[in-house]
Write a protein that binds this ligand. Structure first.
Ligand code: MTE
Ligand code: MO
Length: 421
């Protein structure tokens, strides 16, 4: 297959909008207000509401998650389960499925692998639709990749607790991330076998879980989000194994998409079909959600989110008690969707002085690094721990994150409270 030129994302997005304006985009399930907003982004509409429509957390009584969610590992938040960062201290670079966070828009479906089919379809194929069974996918050349999956809203609650900016949505602390070794077939391989047209620009994987209905009763259909072809052909996997085991039900059994370094929503679980299109595709997950809205962003919203940002976390509970006069080994992790982590600095004195932490992993793209530093606190009382990562693109975690209405991509240095007792 001929390698494609890397695509400039800004130019790509502009082209996507132009095509949409020309009436070419398919927009099932996209509310009219979002289409208006996109039109405004291209400078074509005059009066357009500038306020982002923020989704509210849905009221779920049962999480709909299959695996056990012990209290010492998870915090249940609606239909989702957040990993406690202190519980990762016992794990290596790979997060066992027993500890991996779950983000479900609805509930985990129980799909029989033998009956499952992947349908690849759309006008971006040279022939008709093509179906693959799981057995067929497993016969194709396999690829194994270590990659984190992280929710774009990871760290969202810190907008409120650290910056006094309330934002709606799941109130994650820092545990909406896990790293696994995914095995599967490259999406590029499957698209090639399905007969990819040179005119294709977007692919849209869609999940087999239930339709997502917002709190105000709008049915947005099944979870789906378009992916530019350049990324789809680069490092995206259709994964059927996680850490050497068949995918667990909660993480997409039998097959999920894994989009390394990108916001978690791109990594569609329980994938049932993939549309391949010669026109840009839209879904609420790239128009209404997963863009930045608010006073500091374009009135029509930012471009759809792609790469994750830069973060660090201590493997300690919030308000942990550390004995005065003793030497403590502080451990944590840092990760970046942009480059690899180049260094991590830790401060125990409100940022007056910083000490370089020891890195325990070779930094790799799409993964995290574990780090540690020693601390002997002297004075009993409250203290704050800060960890600040710098990545190979030269970015360093800032003191504050620019607000956005849906609380995505929090990247500021987190003020982790502890008590010296
Ligand atoms: N079909 C489907 N895919 C999905 C979701 C979903 O609800 N349904 N949630 C997405 C979101 S928002 C995230 S952050 C990741 C979470 O993956 P995990 O539950 O395996 O940790 O899956 C993504 N893929
Ligand atoms: Mo997410």
């Amino acid at each position: 297959m001929t390698p494609l030129e890397p695509i400039d994302e800004t130019a790509y997005d502009r082209r996507r909008l132009r095509q949409w304006i020309a009436g070419e985009a398919r927009a099932d399930g996209v509310a009219r207000r979002d289409l208006l907003r996109l039109a405004a982004a291209a400078g074509l509409a005059t009066a357009v509401p500038a306020v982002g429509h923020a989704p509210r957390a849905h009221a779920a009584t049962s999480p709909g998650i299959v695996k056990p969610l012990p209290d010492d590992v998870f915090t249940v938040r609606g239909t989702n389960a957040e990993t406690r960062f202190d519980a990762l201290a016992d794990t290596g670079p790979l997060t066992p499925a027993s500890h991996f966070f779950v983000r479900n828009h609805t509930t985990t479906p129980r799909l029989a692998a033998a009956a499952w089919r992947l349908t690849v379809w759309g006008d971006g194929l040279t022939g008709g639709a093509r179906e693959f069974t799981l057995a067929e996918l497993k016969k194709l050349p396999s690829t194994t990749r270590t990659a984190f999956v992280e929710c774009a809203g990871n760290g969202r609650s810190l907008f409120q607790t650290q910056q006094g900016q309330p934002v709606p949505g799941t109130a994650w602390t820092l545990g909406a991330i896990g790293t696994a070794r995914w095995r599967g077939v490259r999406l590029a391989e499957v698209l090639r076998r399905a007969g990819l047209s040179r005119r294709a620009v977007d692919v849209m994987p869609r999940g087999l879980d239930d339709d997502y209905v917002t709190a105000d009763g709008t049915n947005l259909g099944r979870v789906r989000r378009p992916l530019p072809l350049a990324k789809a052909l680069d490092d995206v996997l259709l994964a059927y194994e996680m850490n050497g085991e068949p995918l667990p039900p909660d993480h997409g059994r039998p097959v999920r998409v894994v989009v390394p370094s990108w916001v978690g929503i791109a990594s569609i679980k329980w994938v049932g079909d993939i549309e391949v299109s010669t026109a840009p595709l839209l879904s609420p997950w790239n128009t209404d959600f997963y863009r930045l809205f608010g006073a500091h962003h374009p009135a029509e919203g930012s471009a759809p989110l792609t790469r994750q940002t830069l973060k660090s976390a201590f493997e300690l509970p919030w308000n942990a008690t550390l004995r005065a006069g003793a030497r403590h080994r502080l451990t944590g992790r840092s990760w970046s969707g942009g480059g690899t982590v180049a260094r991590v600095d830790v401060s125990t004195d409100q940022g007056a002085t910083w000490h370089r932490a020891r890195l325990h992993d070779v930094p790799r793209r799409g993964s995290w690094v574990r780090w540690s530093t020693d601390w002997r606190p002297r004075t009993p009382g409250p203290a704050t721990l800060l960890a600040r990562a710098t990545d190979t693109t030269g970015r360093t975690q800032p003191p504050t994150t620019v607000h956005n209405t849906q609380g995505y991509l929090f990247d500021a240095v987190v003020r982790h409270p502890v008590t010296v007792g």
